[in-house]
Ligand binder design. Structure first.
Ligand code: GDD
Ligand code: MG
Length: 366
């Protein structure tokens, strides 16, 4: 019998490029984008800590320095933080294996592993408890979604044993369930050590199917609480909105705020209307008669008089000119959308881009 070190460890996978969230991720790694003003990673660390985790290993690759600058040694966040960086991205399984040398857990101890872009309210301690009761090799947190195609499909039997793992099914026949991998695993430490080293490995495409084929005990922990993957722009904006309105749980925020959360120091004109869980970051400004619905204004962003911004993310120091209309749009850091422009559904403005001459004057006039 191996001895437990008595420390519950968690690995956060935060090395992805966040391609779908460009241009926001050109400067900031996806897990560090502010969701209701707080990086997703910080929400996750708080939840892990609340569930008894005292040591967190960050598996980084893309822009590791951004994590280090914000979290330091972790003491401000109530955990010990360890950084492990891949020179080249090793995939989800490769990243888990790559951090193994930095884990203190014994071979039969549980190690939590989180995808770094998930906002959830699931019962983490309950999942670890169930993993122990089931003497499982791996337990997967599962949730139900309307459209499972963008996720890993995980059908289970009546006892909760995982039957199959189908990552991002490509044919209708493969859509056998609406139950998907929600991106939080409890691994028996020795299972992590058995992942091959020195090459990229996908935990979803290789490790899980391999464990199932080998007859390992892989169980599902279904939790129907709040869950959101922040991988796409509108989902990221929704996550922020849900935290502000209190739909999504958080132990960091002061509690549901309601229609809008405005960081002290931001300037919002009296005649501006903020609604739908809008977040206004530090030093951001919203001009007279502007309307901002369900959106995220990063620090220093500006929405000028009479502009209308809906379901959008406006990057650090970006400017939306007077009378402009934006719906479902991402504006990169320090970009300028000139007065009167209309941008809709999925439009993305790259950092620093100015959309009109007028807007360039507008920005330097400030
Ligand atoms: N360190 C490191 N290295 N981290 C990585 C790498 C890598 O090479 N590749 C991805 N990650 C991290 C990402 O930063 C992210 O936090 C997490 O691993 C998952 O990667 P995503 O790119 O967000 O994957 P996905 O959303 O398409 O799919 C995954 O999550 C779904 C749930 O949200 C899969 O696990 C699906 O099965 C799952 O349903
Ligand atoms: Mg994701």
């Amino acid at each position: 019998m191996c001895h437990s070190v008595g420390v519950l460890e968690a690995v956060l996978l935060v090395g992805g490029q966040g391609t779908r969230l460009r241009p926001l991720t050109v400067t900031t790694p996806k897990p560090m984008l502010p969701v209701a003003g707080v990086p997703c990673t910080e929400h996750q660390i708080a939840r892990a800590r609340d569930a008894g985790v005292s040591r967190v290993v960050l598996g980084t690759s893309y822009k590791p320095e951004v994590f280090l600058e914000h979290f330091g040694d972790g003491s401000r966040f109530g955990v010990e933080l360890v950084y492990v960086t891949e020179d080249v991205p090793m995939g989800t399984g490769g990243a888990i294996r790559h951090v193994a040398d930095h884990l203190l857990s014994g071979p039969d101890d549980p190690v939590l592993v989180f995808n770094g872009d998930i906002l959830s309210g699931h019962d983490i301690a309950g999942q670890v408890r169930r993993w122990r009761e089931d003497t499982a090799d791996v337990s997967l947190y599962l949730t139900r979604v309307e459209d499972p195609r963008a996720y890993g499909l995980v059908p289970t039997d009546t006892e909760g044993r995982v039957l199959q793992f189908l990552e991002k099914p490509s044919t209708p026949e493969e859509i056998v369930t609406d139950q998907v991998n929600a991106g939080c695993y409890v691994f028996r430490r020795r299972v992590i050590d058995a992942i091959p080293t020195g090459r990229p490995v996908s935990v979803e495409r290789e490790t899980f199917p391999g464990l199932l084929a080998a007859g390992s005990v892989v169980t599902g922990f279904v939790d129907e609480g709040y869950w959101l993957d922040l991988g796409r722009p509108l989902d990221f904006v929704q996550g922020s909105r849900d935290l502000v309105t209190g739909r999504a749980p958080s132990s960091i925020l002061p509690g549901p705020v309601g229609e809008a959360m405005v960081v002290p120091g931001a300037e919002v004109a009296q005649t501006a209307v903020l609604s739908g869980g809008t977040f206004v970051g530090a030093g951001a400004t919203v001009g007279p008669d502007a309307v901002v619905e369900g959106s995220v204004l990063f620090d220093g962003a500006m929405v000028a008089a009479g502009a209308h911004v809906r379901d959008s993310a406006i990057g650090y120091g970006a400017i939306v000119g007077s009378g402009a209309f934006l719906d479902g749009v991402v504006v990169g850091d320090r970009a300028v959308v000139g007065p009167g422009n209309e941008l809709v559904h999925g439009a993305r403005v790259w950092p620093g881009v100015a959309l009109s001459e007028t807007s360039i004057r507008f920005s330097s006039d400030r």
